[in-house]
Design a protein around this ligand. Sequence first.
Ligand code: HEC
Length: 100
Amino acid sequence: MKTASAIYVLGLLAFCAGTAHAAGNHGSRNLAAACAACHGTNGHSVPGMAALAGQDKAYLTKVMLEFKTGKRPATLMHQIAKGYSDDQIAQISEFFSQQK
Ligand code: HEC
């Protein structure tokens, strides 16, 4: 499982960098920094990964809640979505919908 732990460490590094960068900013930006490891900084993803920036707020909220309840099948996102309250999901969705 060497590869898996390497990916985990990389993810943590990206998470820390994002958090440090976002320090002092609005709370939703800090929450959204946790998504940057996979979906790109401020939701600007690399090709092949779902972009979050500029997505409709209602769409993002709906998808995240569906991941959380297990209604929408996922390899990863169901676990991630469970870590957030509905309120935090609304904040994160708002943040990404405002990114260009
Ligand atoms: C560890 C990597 C990872 C992280 C961190 C992550 N995601 Fe995802 N995300 C994925 C993957 C992989 C998918 C594709 C669905 C699946 O298989 O889980 C996805 C899909 C999505 C989708 C669906 C996009 C679409 O239009 O189909 C949304 C919305 C989403 N993620 C939001 C978020 C948000 C918000 C966060 C931060 C709270 C986040 N993700 C953090 C890996 C990640």
